[in-house]
Design a protein around this ligand. Structure first.
Ligand code: CAA
Length: 258
């Protein structure tokens, strides 16, 4: 299916998904969210793809959920369609790594979409915020939950209650983003990072993603047990033999995802 609100480019093991509703600063409407989820699922299923990058434009990663689309809705409407539940569920089921490459505004659902990815690389122009409070609602795609886990209660309350924006510098200092790069180099840097991940054993990458995500869903002792079991299971793989042998032989490992 041809997409209308996103562009997808698969090159050299990396799927680059670019949100593309420039007239609405990439606001997340129903069509965009559906197309994004479909593109992510296709990339997840594509054997060639080893890492996914989600990005927007220079001005906006995404300025939030589409306010025009939501403004006329009542409780019955959003409750019945379970607004944003499907997108959240589908994005969190993707097993391959997803990097959010954020330039410009990442607000409301935009910030939440970036946080639903595995980690965020920000351009120095990036601005993060949960301004839903100014619209008479609260965040609905993870802004009170994921942001709190990223930056802690105090900053999350500040962001969710005042609706203020965070700069890229503050976002890095607070642990919301993993690195900040010059805006002009955002895609180049994100691609370099994706390339590094693509060189690893995909099986191990998926296992590491699963284990890190587990830490959000369980107690420390259960999480450590889960990690240890997965760690032990890696010793049944050829890639563990290859990785450790390559280290001892002082050469680059050639992983085969087996
Ligand atoms: N939904 C729909 N349209 C949006 C939009 C959004 N979230 N954000 C921007 N747009 C549209 C504007 O309406 C405008 O369209 P028109 O030219 O047709 O009027 C166009 O994009 C450009 O926007 P601005 O003229 O406002 O651009 P600006 O540079 O002056 O301001 C901005 C940029 C500060 C990001 C401002 O657009 C803004 O505040 N946007 C809304 C941010 C927001 O409140 N996001 C939260 C949405 S609710 C949500 O996300 C719920 C959830 O948790 C899932």
């Amino acid at each position: 299916m041809a997409f209308e609100t996103i562009n997808v480019d698969v090159d050299d093991h990396i799927a680059l998904i670019r949100l593309n509703r420039p007239d609405a600063l990439n606001a997340l409407n129903t069509q965009l969210l559906k197309e994004l989820c479909q593109a992510l699922e296709e990339a997840d299923a594509n054997e060639k793809v080893r890492c996914i990058i989600v990005t927007g434009s220079d001005k906006a990663f995404a300025a939030g959920a589409d306010i025009k689309e939501m403004s006329g809705m009542g409780f019955g409407d959003v409750f019945t369609i379970n607004l944003f539940a499907d997108a959240n569920d589908r994005i969190t089921k993707i097993r391959k790594p997803i990097i959010a490459a954020v330039s410009g505004y990442a607000l409301g659902g935009g910030c939440e979409l970036a946080m639903a990815c595995d980690f965020i690389i920000a351009a120095d122009t990036a601005k993060f915020g949960q301004p839903e409070i100014n619209l008479g609602v609260i965040a609905g795609l993870g802004g009170t939950q994921r942001l709190t886990r990223f930056v802690g209660k105090s900053k999350s309350m500040d962001m969710n209650l005042t609706g203020r924006f965070m700069t890229a510098e503050e976002a890095e200092r607070s642990g919301l983003v993993s690195r900040v790069v010059p805006a002009k180099k955002l895609i180049e840097e994100a691609t370099n990072v994706a390339q590094k991940i693509a060189e690893k054993s995909m099986m191990t990458v998926m296992a590491a993603k699963e284990a890190v995500n587990r830490s959000y869903e369980t107690t420390l002792s259960e999480g450590l047990l889960f990690e240890r079991r997965v760690f032990h299971s890696m010793f049944a793989t050829e890639d563990q033999k290859e990785g450790m042998t390559a280290f001892l032989e002082k050469r680059q490992a050639q992983f085969r995802d087996k």
